[in-house]
Design a protein around this ligand. Structure first.
Ligand SMILES: C[S@@+](CC[C@H](N)C(=O)[O-])C[C@H]1O[C@@H](n2cnc3c(N)ncnc32)[C@H](O)[C@@H]1O
Length: 249
């Protein structure tokens, strides 16, 4: 039997009250910054779209109701991953994420003048999935960053070095490569994320990222225009969605 569909949204969203008056919907979790509802009847969730409201299937049965802006989206998404982190590895197909990291790393290296040795920054590290990939064995230095404090703590427990938000936004240009696997389609804190990567990459450093099902690609390109990062080559299509590499000049 398929799992019930789940909606992830801000607790202040009027949709919550509207959906909970229907007995087919149930509350799964409610905290200060996130609410999760579920329904075995997918049509109920589908009918909540429209009137300018949109939600995006982020993975498996989870659908994110798009917030008004990328900052507000960051608040909901980080609280969602705070809740999910304990069970994260059971919810995803880990081999896919590991393959994505390895693909992104190979893709990034195509645009580097001197491909070794490598200091790698994992933006959206989650609970440290990358530690199980070949990238972790190849990299000379590996540091993670995540907007979810609980995901960051899980990555530290798994043996990863993780930087704080303050360290991320005031980075000292020490990384050759930045990778974001299954992260940027959440479209969170775009200006801050691009500025953070920008100050952490060395000149000539490359950030490679995938956009699951192409979600968030247009918003990313719009934000890229006002950053010092430049598109490296054309974006490539892959089974992980479009792959983009951007380079520090
Ligand atoms: C689906 S998980 C992927 C985790 C890991 N990369 C993997 O492949 O298993 C997405 C992670 O990205 C984080 N995230 C989303 N947007 C982010 C951003 N702009 N900066 C840093 N972390 C972000 C979330 O908190 C979450 O832990």
């Amino acid at each position: 039997m398929s799992k019930p569909s789940r909606l992830v949204l801000s607790p202040s969203d009027s949709l919550i009250e509207a959906l909970l008056t229907d007995r087919r919907a149930a509350l799964v979790y409610l905290a200060d910054d996130v609410c999760i509802l579920e329904s075995a009847d997918r049509t109920l969730l589908e009918s909540s779209q429209g009137n300018g409201r949109k939600w995006t299937r982020i993975f498996e049965e989870y659908h994110l109701v798009n917030a008004d802006n990328d900052k507000a989206q960051g608040v909901v998404v980080s609280a969602f991953f705070d809740w999910l982190t304990d069970r994260y590895s059971n919810e995803i197909e880990t081999t896919r994420n590991l393959a994505c990291y390895e693909y992104l790393y190979g893709f990034a290296n195509q645009f580097r003048e001197v491909p070794t040795p490598t200091a790698v920054l994992d933006v959206g590290c989650g609970p440290g999935t990358i530690l199980r990939s070949d990238v972790a064995h190849t990299a000379q230095v590996l540091v993670g960053y995540d907007i979810s404090d609980i995901a960051a703590k899980a990555a530290i427990s798994a043996g990863m070095t993780v930087m704080s938000r303050d360290e991320f936004v005031s980075g000292s240009a020490r990384f050759d490569v930045a990778l974001s696997a299954y992260t940027m389609h959440y479209t969170c804190d775009l200006a801050e994320t691009l500025a953070g990567v920008q100050c952490n990459l060395k000149p000539g450093g490359v950030w490679a990222l995938n956009f699951h099902k192409g979600i968030g690609l247009a918003a990313f390109f719009a934000c890229l225009r006002s950053s010092a990062l430049e598109l490296a080559g054309q974006f490539s299509h892959s089974s992980f969605g479009p792959i983009v590499a951007v380079k520090m000049g």
